[in-house]
Design a protein around this ligand. Structure first.
Ligand code: SF4
Length: 282
């Protein structure tokens, strides 16, 4: 039986400029040198990482950096903490700095706040590379939290400056800010969410209502992927989260379904095209 699915890809989905910049930089060097070290996954998308590894990209962890000398190492869009720059200098490592300008600006703002002795709270995911880089600007003094529940048992200052990881949900950020103010804290709040992510909310909401089913393509580790998937699901409950085209099976669909494909800021367009080809073959 042919499913005859009518499949469209959201033209506004796919890499943000920060990811495009990092991948372009990596590909230029790979073409010239044949290999390049990258500190952490260059992008939170296993399929794209696999493609670049095949071209010579060598992913290393922070524990590997002190053992490397006289090499080039790419810093991905998430940015790094000052400690990484220090180690690179000591080991004669040339850092190819592809930190996204939006993240760098946020790092600088947090550093200025810290230099002015402000107490700092960062709404972000524990252990996320960007958040580690942000906290690093404060000598690890900033408090990182993922939810209001987490703050409940903590000893937090009466007055503080609030920042957000760039890929968090704006709705949740403002809900947290308002709740903290209601609880009596003196909060200087900075909405530092990247517009490359939040500007997609409306576009996605408008896109997903045109289809019976939505295939949202994203790496499982992508923070903005989780946020944007929830945005899609709120407007179209028949939204599937897919990381690999192999996860898609025909029984997810009905004959003649209109299917929309969209993704995160770390989802390559070629992967969405592959998903489209799989769907069209059912
Ligand atoms: S989502 Fe925004 S902050 Fe993050 S890499 Fe892309 S452009 Fe930069």
């Amino acid at each position: 039986m042919a499913y005859n699915l009518k499949v469209s890809i959201d033209k506004d989905s796919g890499f943000c400029f920060g990811v495009v910049y990092a991948i372009d930089m990596a590909e230029d060097i790979l073409e010239e040198d044949g290999y390049l070290y990258c500190l952490g996954d260059i992008v939170h998308n296993d399929e794209e990482v696999k493609r670049l590894k095949e071209k010579g990209l060598r992913i290393i962890g922070h524990e590997d950096l002190p053992n490397l000398k006289n090499e080039k190492v790419l810093i991905r869009a998430h940015g790094e903490a000052p400690e990484t720059y220090k180690i690179a200098l000591e080991n004669n490592i040339s850092l190819i700095d592809a930190s996204c300008p939006v993240v760098l600006k946020l790092q600088n703002r947090i550093k200025s706040s810290h230099d002015e002795d402000e107490k700092i709270l960062i709404y972000g995911k524990h252990g996320h590379a960007e958040v580690i880089g942000l906290q690093g600007q404060t000598n690890q003094e900033a408090i990182v939290f993922q939810s209001m529940e987490e703050l409940q048992g903590m000893d937090i200052p009466e007055k503080f400056t609030l920042y957000s990881q760039t890929t968090k949900s704006t709705d949740q950020f403002y809900a947290i800010k308002n709740e903290l103010i209601e609880k009596g804290y003196d909060v200087k709040a900075n909405d530092t969410i990247c517009r490359q992510v939040s500007n997609r909310y409306n576009d996605l909401e408008n896109f997903v209502v045109n289809f019976e089913k939505i295939v949202f393509v994203s790496g499982k580790k992508s923070s903005n992927g989780k946020v944007l998937y929830e945005v899609c699901r709120a407007s179209n409950p028949n939204t599937f989260f897919v990381s690999d085209p192999k996860e898609i099976t025909a029984d997810m669909f009905s004959v003649n379904d209109r299917v929309g494909i969209c993704g995160a800021t770390s989802t390559p367009m070629w992967l969405m095209e592959e998903v489209k080809a799989v769907l069209e073959a059912f």
